[in-house]
Write a protein of this length. Structure first.
Length: 117
């Protein structure tokens, strides 16, 4: 199954504190456009965190309520649109779920804010 924009994926994220030699498993939302997701070996993702204290910031989208189940995660989490990463597809372990259309629209707004678009 191809990776699509709005997919919530479990990926191996390089840890800067180890000079990118060690990885941590993290959920992330695919934000790169589908045309690129099909043709390129890399995808752009926004990492998720369970630290929701800053979830009301304009650059973060809070996944909660019924959206948690759709996203395939277990607890409320925020999508950190100010912390985008480009990762090789080989670092994606599996697709956990997918955000609703409304959530993808909200993430688009967070991306616009984060990138001043």
């Amino acid at each position: 199954m191809p990776i699509q924009r709005g997919d919530v994926v479990l990926c191996r994220v390089p840890m800067p504190s180890t000079r990118l030699t060690q990885f941590k498993l993290r959920p992330a939302v695919v934000v790169s456009k589908d045309v690129n997701n099909l043709r390129l070996d890399d995808v752009i993702v926004a990492p998720c965190t369970s630290k929701v204290s800053r979830g009301s910031e304009p650059t973060q989208y809070l996944i909660d309520g019924p959206e948690i189940t759709m996203a395939g995660i277990r607890i409320p989490s925020v999508v950190r649109c100010e912390a985008l990463m480009t990762i090789p597809k080989v670092l994606i372990v599996r697709i956990l779920g997918h955000l609703s259309d409304a959530a993808v629209t909200a993430v688009n707004g967070c991306l616009r804010d984060a990138l001043a678009l």
